[in-house]
Design a protein around this ligand. Structure first.
Ligand code: PA5
Length: 478
């Protein structure tokens, strides 16, 4: 078995990618110089926030500051004052707010959704305030322009308001770095208007680029003019890395998620991700293995397959991180890079995708995410002891069934020499979630360096935007 195990128990198992039938030791030796350069680049970005060649959307050099996020320090993006202000907002939400709606899309949505799914689970909004420990219901909107879903959300909020005897209060958190993204802004305006029409009390919080110079965002201007509290999407942190900033932490704060422990988990993995020895650095090792798997062995698809329903959004978050960071032209224009991300959830997708993973083209790396201890006990009862098929799994805990299915899936893929990795979290909590997500941020950094792509821009998403504006204007003029 080949594993990196951190002191907390966080484990990166690469047995089924680095061996004689997959990426070999010789492949790794051939990348020695490339890896050394990536390690140097990591030291540089930690030191001064500079990633050589990275330019912002408007073509000017831009700092890359995600490495400082786990460290709560006075001159950092996450300072004690920032965390205290978030915690105060959380306390206010707990005290005075019945429901929060978070508006955002892409990096302004995906990370917060992970924190919600892991901490709150599927049935949070059906619980009583007492069962939620006083924290409000939480809904997401603005991650599509879907009128059916938004109407259903408005109806649900009105129903909740009608059921409460005293005043029902809604907090609308509008998250947009650029401050004018069409989906969150349009949905915000629709929901705000509907709440006001229904006589429901509304508070608005803006989360946007905090600058107030000539580049001030529309959302910032609006917030200043309406006197809405403003939280920051800081410069130097792209949307897909922003779950560790106020963008993600604000969602954590209003649901009682332990944001300090989340940052502590990121800090533990960050220490490991500094190492120049790739057998001690899970992010670097993951990056080099996937890079060689892609470039030499044609594994250009990555299936992110956590086991557990609440982790589906974690795979969706990873999709954006991988796709927007690495799917682009190489900096020297010598070719294209990228690995197509696929979301799968175990055990569910073993009954859908696994056929293709097991017998389809040899073009995938499957990354399993395993939670070792689900801290639940739901044993299948011996209700039908005389039916051998049901008795075969009676007496077993559901979590044991799920994790054993993961092991069987990994073993089956390995039996056919199919590349697969397993990341094991000792349990599912804020600390290990922070560790997992921050490891992926560093893995993407390292792979961007190895593949010679700028992992911090996303010029490809500007192309359709240029077409959409005139098309919408044409509709208004009809
Ligand atoms: O990662 C990104 O930069 C994008 O996915 C953005 O997060 C997304 O487009 C939302 O942008 P904004 O936060 O400006 O509304």
């Amino acid at each position: 078995m080949s594993k990196i195990v951190l002191p907390s128990g966080f484990t990166f198992d690469y047995t089924n990618v680095l061996n004689e039938w997959a990426v070999t030791d010789e492949d790794m030796r051939n990348e020695f110089d490339n890896v050394a350069n990536a390690v140097k680049a990591a030291a540089k970005v930690r030191f001064n926030g500079v990633v050589d060649g990275h330019l912002s959307k408007d073509g000017t050099p831009e700092k890359v500051l995600f490495p400082e996020l786990p460290y709560v320090e006075d001159d950092h993006l996450n300072s004690e004052a920032v965390l205290k202000r978030l915690e105060a907002l959380g306390a206010h939400a707990k005290e005075s707010i019945d429901a929060v709606v978070s508006f955002g899309i892409g990096g302004s949505y995906l990370g917060g959704k992970v924190l919600f799914d892991v901490h709150c689970g599927e049935f949070w909004n059906q619980k009583t305030a007492e069962q939620r420990n006083g924290y409000p219901q939480l809904y997401f909107s603005g991650n599509n322009a879907d009128s059916k879903r938004t109407k259903e959300l408005i109806d649900a909020l009105k129903d909740s308001a009608a059921r409460k005897e005293s005043d029902f209060k809604v907090m609308l958190i509008v998250i947009s770095k650029s401050g004018s993204t069409i989906e969150p802004m349009s949905n915000f305006m629709v929901v705000q208007e509907a709440m006001l029409q229904a006589g429901i009390g509304v508070e608005v919080i803006a989360v946007t680029d905090p600058r107030d110079d000539e580049k001030e965002t529309l959302l910032h201007k609006l917030a200043v003019s309406q006197n809405w509290p403003i939280f920051a999407v800081p410069d130097g942190v792209g949307g897909r890395f922003s779950v560790f900033t106020e963008v993600g932490l604000i969602i954590g704060a209003v649901i009682g998620f332990d944001i300090r422990s989340f940052l502590d988990g990121a800090k533990e993995i960050d220490q490991a991700c500094k190492s120049g020895n790739m057998l001690q650095n899970p992010a670097l090792l993951s990056a080099i293995l996937k890079y060689i798997a892609s470039e030499k062995y044609g594994r250009t698809i990555e299936v992110m397959m956590p086991y557990g329903d609440s982790l589906k959004s974690l795979a969706e978050w990873y999709v954006q991180l991988l796709a927007e960071s690495l799917g682009k032209e190489k900096a020297d224009k010598s070719g294209r890079y990228g690995r197509t991300p696929v979301v799968a959830v175990g055990t569910t997708d073993m009954h859908a995708q696994t056929q293709e993973h097991q017998e389809g083209r040899l073009n995938k790396v499957v990354t399993f995410v395993k939670v070792a201890d689900w801290e639940t006990e739901l044993v299948v009862p011996h209700t039908y002891a005389d039916i051998p098929t049901l008795e075969a799994f009676s007496g077993l805990d559901l979590a044991t069934i799920m994790n054993t299915a993961l092991e069987a899936n990994s073993e089956a893929l390995t039996g056919d020499k199919r590349f697969n990795l397993t990341i094991e979290l000792p349990t599912l909590n804020a600390f290990f979630l922070g560790a997992f997500m921050f490891m992926q941020c560093w893995a993407i950094f390292y792979e961007g360096q190895l593949a010679n792509v700028d992992a911090f821009n996303q010029p490809g998403v500007e192309v359709y935007k240029k077409l959409l504006g005139p098309k919408l204007a044409a509709h208004k003029n009809k």
